[in-house]
Design a protein around this ligand. Sequence first.
Ligand code: OFO
Length: 165
Amino acid sequence: RISDSLQEALNDQVTLEAYSAQMYLMLACWADENQLDGINSFMMKHSYEERVHMAKIIEYIQERGGTVKIEAIPKPGPEPMNIVECFEAVLKQEIENTEAIYRIVNMSFEEKDWATWNFMQWLVTEQREEEKLALSLLDKVKLAGGHQITATGKFEINKLIGNTE
Ligand code: OFO
């Protein structure tokens, strides 16, 4: 059975994944308000992915005989002022999430809970990919003009991000 401390850390991670999902939803709605349909669909997809992460962690806690506690999710924000801030928010969120995941990996290592350690490796890989993606999209936004982006730049970047998985 999972330890109380790992149970608590994994429960916190459930809330953090839910928070990430809300944050992507907030960015998706911001994009929609700003006629950025490609960015909207990218953010909607990622919000869904975070919910999948959340559900997997819930299942894992239950599988190990632990108790899941569904907590309140803090309000995401603030809303970005432009596309650069939008992708800076994504990168920041993913980095924070990675740090939280590493803390659990470390705890499971110290407790020699190899099942949890092994389960967490999937999230480690996932985060590596998500951080890489967030960083490369932020680079592309900057390349397209960053804070000085033109209407054409916005049009192109919106299309490109809309076609990104
Ligand atoms: Fe952004 O990934 Fe969940 O963990």
